[in-house]
Design a binder for this molecule. Sequence first.
Ligand SMILES: NC(=O)c1ccc[n+]([C@@H]2O[C@H](COP(=O)([O-])OP(=O)(O)OC[C@H]3O[C@@H](n4cnc5c(N)ncnc54)[C@H](O)[C@@H]3O)[C@@H](O)[C@H]2O)c1
Length: 470
Amino acid sequence: MNRRNFLRNSALAVTLGVSAKSLSAEKALEEINSTANKIASRKSVFNMCGYAAQKTDTLRVGLVGIGTRGTGLLKLLLKIGGVEIAGVCDVRKEAVGAAQELILYAGRKRAEEFFGGKLSWEKLCASGDIDLIINATPWKWHAPICIAAMESGKHAAVEVPAAITLKECLDLVDTSERTKRHCVMLENCCYDFFEAATIQMAQDGLFGDLVSAEGAYIHEIVASYVKRSDRYDGALWRWEEQLAANGNLYPTHGLGPIAWAFGINRGDNFDLMTSMSSDDFSIKAYFDANHAKCPDLKAPYKVPCGNMNVSLIRTKLGRLITLFHDISSPRPYDRKHIISGTKGFAQKYPLPGRLAFSDKFLPQEQSDKFIEEHAPELLRKIGKAAKAAGGHGGMDYIMLWRLADCLRNGLPLDSEVYDAAAWSSLYPLSIASVAGGSNAVAIPDFSGGNWKLNKPVDLGLRGGGSTQAL
Ligand SMILES: NC(=O)c1ccc[n+]([C@@H]2O[C@H](COP(=O)([O-])OP(=O)(O)OC[C@H]3O[C@@H](n4cnc5c(N)ncnc54)[C@H](O)[C@@H]3O)[C@@H](O)[C@H]2O)c1
């Protein structure tokens, strides 16, 4: 695509509804009646699941959104052989400058830089010398930037959640299929050591028929976000979302590994969801007390989001998934990761992760041994280097190394746009369910029916493994 067509298409994408706004309950409910039906009746024009793009020895990455997460990702990318940071982009010049320093410190050449306006990523996407755009911006920019990246011939890898409206989820799927560009969500928890081993064990039948699972994002982050408020204008973006809607606004960390174990989009699929929220017992009070520290959050807040949201999902094969979301209560970090089948059971939190094949947990040593023995080939290859490199204990490195290795070797990716869309769709759908009195809502099929044919995720090396850990 030439530059003029790209600019026209990206401008069109922005005017067509990828509008970079928070999602309200009214909009979420309206989408159930409009967009959900469109998704349910859509025909897939090309199945990205199993698709392998042309290999590329050097993977040229453009990174957009170089805040807390983007900086962490950059440090890890600089430890992967065959990966070049070709472009860096942020609204803030100082963020781009800090990224260049890290790049130079690692002995690499300066990247092309883009900063200034909220749409400086358009120029990054239009740049000719980039294969993959990695997007670690605030949520409302995820879909617009990924769509622009794919429209200009680049693959897109995006932080979680990939999108915050059903329309954005649909646009991501349509664009990926039409352009044959990958759009992968960077769900790092799928690559954590316990989770990956239990995905392998589930696929090997060790838990029997899978019946139910529980996942969570329970992480007390209110205070840490308020502390960020003096860092830069707009640093409180997450609280703007949190104060705009009531539901599960961060569903994918708990869900991703369960979805891979269950084969969502690959043999099974989501069917229905019902979602319920508690009242807010502390968030409004917290922001009222700390308002002076975060003046860019407009008071009085609507604060519709309750402290705890619980969502119940039924799959097409009749299994149940329960998801918990609480980012404000003072309690230990918890993603649960419970998988229960007719023959066995796994539970990661509270740590350490444990297994059971009867009504009693195995002794810890035996559980640990099982987990080690069932580590997929991918983890056996790169797990040690990942632990040394870091990034949430190594899982971030495994995820990035794997993405780079697949793209460099021209292999299909572990996760495609269907996962990005389906997992992220629980964000708007949970808001709609809560707003409708916890009514059950249908979770539309983003794969166009291909979920019945797609093969389960394969955490083997599949002919790759040639990428160096630096
Ligand atoms: N997977 C994980 O474990 C994990 C952990 C933390 C954050 N995240 C995700 O990473 C993303 C970023 O979170 P964060 O905590 O780093 O936020 P942050 O506020 O620290 O960083 C966001 C960055 O994006 C920049 N930005 C904002 N609007 C932009 C635009 N229009 N164009 C270019 N740059 C723009 C900001 O200047 C900032 O540097 C979010 O999607 C979040 O959910 C994921």
